[in-house]
Design a protein around this ligand. Structure first.
Ligand code: NAG
Ligand code: NAG
Ligand code: NAG
Ligand code: NAG
Length: 666
């Protein structure tokens, strides 16, 4: 090829690159090929770049101002495609109106980690709305009508007629599957604005039916296992929340996005304004939920179920390891190369003195006043979860010996301790919880008592907690500890600068909260589990790249420190890193988490190479400074070299950890 033509190509490529920041076409197919060959990014792909692609990465030259490079790193945005489906008599202008209402009210655009150290991540998110009409309204209306007409009214007098959610869900789900196969991946929100029915109704969610005597929470929404949610605007209004006081008791109707929909007939514009806030609430709670804790990518995830009980003839009902394992396995929470393992153990208190000690040590009591014939003081017991955790964490070795656990596992291990107490009163953790999730363990407790009245109510009646049934509480806790999935009712509120409790979306299919009986997972939890790992992984790369830039700036900048080939490699690696990060972010937007993980891992290799280049340069510089300016010891550069040294070893250690198992594998 004539040289001038070659340069022309380079120039075309590079101008393309500066214009759109999507460099070179060839790079895309090169990386796709690498992804196909080496899906786990075990090997650095940089040395395999054809020379012309490598050359193309020399441009653009990164700005010499490190601040602008940092802000570039902080500007990665994951776009969430949301298809809103208007079902019912909406005007033709409704999609445009909704679009405009949502775009003026865009909420905080950063992912948040809640919990003990709340902070936001470096990656932000944005909502990409595509509203349109859908013609399934008459079919749904007819199905609801048929159900109401053919069923006898429930025995107990209730204001709302319960309609099984499956009546509507089967129709919506079919429509979703049809739509999904014809468009780019995204999330679907169906807004059902249906005709009035002869009776007021709401949806029942009898997942399992223990007994009709218990209060069932009715709702007006459903979140599918697949990526859709539907909201029936004509159903309800339903009412659920804390019965007396406490977190989550919000003035009804003010914040409750669903409650505002039952106002009298009003102009469509007002309805759409309310729907916009409903869509935003769903977006924040269901599609970009907060992270409960940061979770890192590990090759192996091991969940150890440890049942600690008193007698031989133990009653296993309500505690079904196989069921919990099935639920978690079926939800595809792991990445392609991760292994998810479950082990279960069982031990008696007599064989595990430390277990008895832990219970004794953490038992507390509280007094409450009840009105029977007169006011009577009642003393009840509970377990202090923090004490319990402390004892268990401090005596891990002893517990392992008692139970017979031999630990030889790389990766994340999550013990789930279930204390089965031969006791005839209700004992809960911190008075209210059947199970509590910590970063390093899950603790659950039950006694012989079968049920208790909780502090929550729905539709005017108290919710009854089935205290011997632990599967659901354990599934929810494991999701929090292992995958950082936040409960459906906890989210970060930028307006309050705090984590708030909001139960709006906590009915129907969710393993969290008192208002649902489902232990199965909806798309909300399934997506969050894998996205959380990706977000933390990207956050790590970005944070580490920022550290690198700051150290480089402290040393006078890239052009001063790096000479010749080193500078060329720096620029190429830097552009490669940035390119891969943008590919990772767009793969998350396309909901292709395995591909996103490939780019994230692959970009870590470039980061590592960047640290190496800079480390070597500082080593040489330090040597030359020591030689030339003898008397005054160059503290400044020595300390900067120290920073690089620390960064280098940090990344090196991390690299070792990340790739250790891959080496074993290949
Ligand atoms: C990675 O590199 C090693 C040695 O360089 C090679 O043996 C291995 O096959 C490579 N792995 C992949 C997935 O390309
Ligand atoms: C209060 O009622 C309990 C039984 O409900 C009874 O045993 C007790 O004596 C009563 N106390 C008073 C002061 O009446
Ligand atoms: C939010 O709260 C934290 C600690 O509670 C405080 O440090 C921070 O300044 C607050 N931010 C805003 C914007 O009020
Ligand atoms: C995420 O990145 C931010 C900013 O770079 C950093 O302050 C924070 O500690 C990181 N969080 C985690 C969990 O890595």
């Amino acid at each position: 090829m004539p040289k001038s033509l070659f340069f022309l190509i380079i120039i075309i490529f590079s101008s393309f690159q500066t214009l759109s920041s999507t460099p070179v076409i060839g790079l895309d197919s090169f990386l796709s090929e690498q992804y196909r060959r080496d899906p786990l990014a075990s090997n650095d792909s940089f040395p395999f770049l054809p020379p012309f692609l490598k050359k193309s990465l020399s441009l653009p030259v990164p700005s010499s101002n490190h601040k602008s490079l940092i802000s570039e790193l902080l500007s990665f945005k994951i776009s969430f495609p949301i298809y809103v489906k208007f079902v019912g008599p909406f005007s033709a202008a409704a999609p445009t109106l909704l679009q405009s209402f949502v775009s003026v009210a865009i909420p905080s655009s950063q992912f948040h980690v809640i919990g003990s150290d709340p902070h936001h991540l470096a990656v932000s998110h944005s909502l990409h709305l595509e509203p349109s009409h859908s013609g399934i309204d008459s079919e749904i209306s007819a199905a609801i009508r048929a159900h109401i007409d053919s069923s006898t009214a429930p025995l107990y007098r209730s204001a709302l007629f319960p309609v099984p959610h499956t009546v509507v869900d089967s129709i919506v789900r079919r429509d979703f599957q049809k739509e999904e196969s014809n468009s780019a991946p995204g999330f679907y929100i169906y807004l059902l604005n249906l005709d009035k029915q002869s009776k007021r109704y709401a949806y029942s969610y009898d997942a399992k039916d223990p007994s009709p005597a218990f209060t069932k929470c009715l709702g007006t929404i459903w979140t599918g296992k697949e990526r859709y949610v539907w909201i029936d605007l004509a159903a309800g209004p339903v009412d659920y929340g804390p019965a007396l006081s406490g977190d989550g008791l919000l003035p009804r109707g003010e914040f409750h996005a669903l409650a505002s929909l039952h106002k009298n007939p009003r102009p469509e514009k007002a309805l759409l304004a309310d729907l916009a806030s409903l869509v935003l609430s769903a977006y924040q709670t269901l599609l970009v939920p907060s992270l409960r804790i940061p979770v890192f990518l590990e090759t192996t995830l091991l969940i150890q179920f440890i049942h600690i009980h008193g007698s031989d003839g133990r009653d296993q009902s309500g505690l079904d390891w196989a069921n919990i394992e099935q639920i978690l396995r079926d939800s595809n929470l792991a990445f392609k190369d991760q292994t998810l393992q479950f082990k279960s153990y069982s031990v008696k208190y007599t064989e595990c003195p430390i277990c008895s000690f832990a219970i004794t040590k953490s038992t507390n009591s509280y007094t409450s006043r009840f009105l029977f014939e007169n006011y009577t003081l009642i003393v009840s017991e509970y377990l202090d979860s923090k004490h319990l955790r402390q004892v268990l964490a401090d005596s891990v070795d002893e517990i392992h010996r008692a139970i017979g656990i031999s630990d030889d596992v790389y990766g994340k291990v999550l013990p789930v301790y279930v204390f089965d107490l031969d006791y005839d009163k209700v004992v809960l953790l911190d008075r209210f919880h059947q199970a509590i999730a910590f970063r390093d363990m899950v603790i659950a407790v039950r006694t012989r008592t079968a049920q208790t009245v909780s502090d929550y109510s729905c539709n005017g009646r108290h919710v009854i907690t089935q205290t011997r049934y632990l599967d659901r509480a354990i599934v929810g806790s494991v999701l929090q500890s292992m995958w950082g999935v936040a409960p459906t009712h906890l989210l970060w509120s930028p307006e309050h600068n705090n984590t708030i409790v909001d139960y709006t979306w906590s009915v129907g299919q969710t393993p969290f909260g008192p208002f649902s009986e489902f232990s199965s997972l909806s798309f909300v939890q399934k997506d969050a589990a894998r996205r959380n790992v990706l977000l933390i992984s990207l956050n790590y790369t970005i944070t580490s790249a920022i550290d690198l830039l700051e150290s480089l700036a402290a040393h006078g900048g890239d052009r001063k420190l790096l000479k010749g080939n080193r500078y060329v490699e720096f620029v190429q690696r830097w552009n490669f890193l940035r390119y891969k990060l943008s590919k990772a972010v767009s793969a998350v937007s396309q909901l292709d988490y395995n591909k996103a993980m490939y780019f994230s891992r692959s970009s870590d290799l470039d980061l590592y190479a960047l640290h190496t280049v800079i480390y070597q340069a500082t080593q040489e510089l330090e040597a030359s400074l020591v030689c030339f300016n003898d008397p005054p010891f160059p503290w400044a550069s020595a300390s900067v070299a120290g920073v690089f040294l620390v960064g280098f070893f940090y990344v090196y250690a991390k690299k070792d950890k990340i790739f250790r198992n891959k080496r074993k594998r290949f």
